[in-house]
Write a protein that binds this ligand. Sequence first.
Ligand SMILES: Cc1cc2nc3c(=O)[nH]c(=O)nc-3n(C[C@H](O)[C@H](O)[C@H](O)COP(=O)(O)OP(=O)(O)OC[C@H]3O[C@@H](n4cnc5c(N)ncnc54)[C@H](O)[C@@H]3O)c2cc1C
Length: 426
Amino acid sequence: MKMSPTKKIVIVGGGFAGLNLAKKLANHKEYEVILVDKNNYHFFPPLLYQVSTAFIEASNISYPFRRMFQGKENLTYYMGGLTNLDQANNTIETENGSISYDYLVLAMGTETNYFGMENVKAKALPMKTIDDALQMRNHILLRLEEAVRATNIRDKERLGNVVIAGGGPTGVELAGMLAEMNTNIVTKDYPTARKGQGRIYLVDAGDSLLGPMSKKSQDEAYAVLNKLGVNVLLNTLVKDYVDDKVILGNGESINSSTLIWASGVIARAVPGLPAEAVGRGKRILVDEFNRLQNSANIFVIGDQCLQATDEKFPNGHPQLAQVAIQQGKLLADNFLRLEKGESLKPFHYNDKGSMAIIAKFKAVVDLPKGFFKGFFAWIVWLFIHIIPIAGFRNKGKLAFNWFWSFVTNDPTLRLIIRPQKEAKKS
Ligand SMILES: Cc1cc2nc3c(=O)[nH]c(=O)nc-3n(C[C@H](O)[C@H](O)[C@H](O)COP(=O)(O)OP(=O)(O)OC[C@H]3O[C@@H](n4cnc5c(N)ncnc54)[C@H](O)[C@@H]3O)c2cc1C
């Protein structure tokens, strides 16, 4: 006989944090779990840049929630974006209806931060979602088609130049991939598009690339990108983007019909939350158990929260996949403890190191006690990034796509399949 679940947990956001929480609560029938997400699939952000550069397929790094929840009787998926929180009535509103909860978990991650630059927000290409990556792929391919048709050098230069704002892992990975795409693909597919006019600029306000990583990793990224012909501009701000001109803080400008914004994030807002619940980067303040301050039944996990109780991370944790995964898993354990009347366990981040890929056969890995780079680091990067991909078939398809793309240097995914999404075309 089916037992009736006692408590309803509503999780908003099925990213690394929310999904790991839901999966760990699967088949614990003392809880009914509803996962609310505006998309009907989970996806893997660290590989978005490979989708946006037509290296792998979007379906390689995404997986439908309903497929994941098949056979898990206490888990259901609800499609909807949160629009309001009504704490007094233990209810959330979504664009598709309202849902009541006994416990609410917010795990909605972050969105792109344009630092108040309206022109940049209107015209630059963000890199946060599958939609963004597909739109970027279309944009890059459409600009190349235009460059083929362009008759003067200035237009070819404007259409061929790509400016990436933000020299963190995403900016570095994109710059390396686009530089290799220029050499391996553009010269063959679009021989008349650039004629040496298209250049890649990587612009960062700081004095190094890969800001949070070790000096050795930063120097390696700079050296590899330099060798690939990327123009790295450090200590340089992007100030504005007007008429296909990226205006820099030093007064100079770059003609480019492509500005990729990989420069910052803020936590997603939750309408209905009091202003005092929100801290730096719009992250929601939580205690050591990821519980919203002054609340007994609302928790916040992953990128969306700011937890200053972990001794090693007094300013909050870095917004990384591992933090989100570990918080999601611990919260699941804590829900089970709660049910048994046991006391909750506080969160402590287990930092396993960080890594970034720079180009084919080139990556850097920072471990808590060491650093390595080159081919071995590249292999480790591939291995580490295939493990968490949802679904066995997806892992296989991704491995095959990588093999094919790296061996041939010529994947065949350069399809413009959503031209109507080109709303941001200059
Ligand atoms: C391009 C890119 C590359 C990255 N590379 C790395 C890397 O190499 N290594 C690393 O450790 N980290 C990396 N990160 C960071 C990492 O992806 C995040 O730290 C991690 O995804 C945070 O997990 P999360 O569950 O908190 O949020 P997310 O994974 O962002 O998930 C949030 C979920 O909430 C849903 N959502 C959003 N708004 C709403 C709403 N209003 N209503 C309902 N649902 C909503 C979204 O659809 C999504 O499913 C990268 C991030 C990006 C964008």
